[in-house]
Write a protein that binds this ligand. Sequence first.
Ligand SMILES: [Zn+2]
Ligand SMILES: [Zn+2]
Length: 275
Amino acid sequence: MDGLLTFLGTGTSMGVPTLGCDCAVCASTDPRDRRLRPSVLLRWQEQVGGRERVVVRERIVIIDTGPDFREQALRNGLTRVDAVFYTHSHADHILGMDDLRPLSFAVFREGGPIPLYAAPETAEALERIYDYTFSPRATYPTRARVELRPLAERTAVHGVEFLRVPVQHGEMQIAGFRFGRAAYLTDVSAIPESSFALLEGLDNLIVSALRHQPHPSHATVEQAVGWARRIGARQTWLTHIAHELGHEETNRMLPDGIQLAYDGLSLPINLGAAN
Ligand SMILES: [Zn+2]
Ligand SMILES: [Zn+2]
């Protein structure tokens, strides 16, 4: 089965342009230098029903709902979301959750809240921030119809399996995801040895690379290139990019098979069994 992955945002937590900055990248007119907060969307066609009447349903999964989620949904014509996977609880990855509301009402009418898959620490942050949504006492009538679910090692969503790939983000252990022959690892500062085994046989690896200078909780371009070489995906895409990296000039110096991603870029993904 084939899917299509779209980068909803490829910027770091502050976005690019960064507020108050007039550097060459922030002032660039190249649309690929404008980066919303990091998130991806995966869509595929699910065949539902028996032999006589097969109905094809479009399925859409989002990884992270950052503060730009509403704008990203508008740009990409999103009319439904079947599930959300969360990597971790930092603001640039969760603060758009409330904008699932209108989409959740439609799904609710189809028969269920939107499942949000999150590790305990992320679920606690969501429950704290969106108390009016998740509290058992919540009575806010137009709250999002969403349901927190524990993040398992493997989660099947309408025929596609999402494999949790643990990665290190500074002191935190957070979640990356593998689906078919692609993986999305954002906010990475280190990849545990055991996670490399989950990343064999990839066509597309998406991994974060902040800038060239070291940062305590994010990989540099050089570190990400090192992992990309070891993992050996056919193509590696860098994301969660700060304003130190201009699109054109950075791509010119990157080795073959490794490129910066940009907002709106779409890639066909083979969604056959993960491994
Ligand atoms: Zn981040
Ligand atoms: Zn983070």
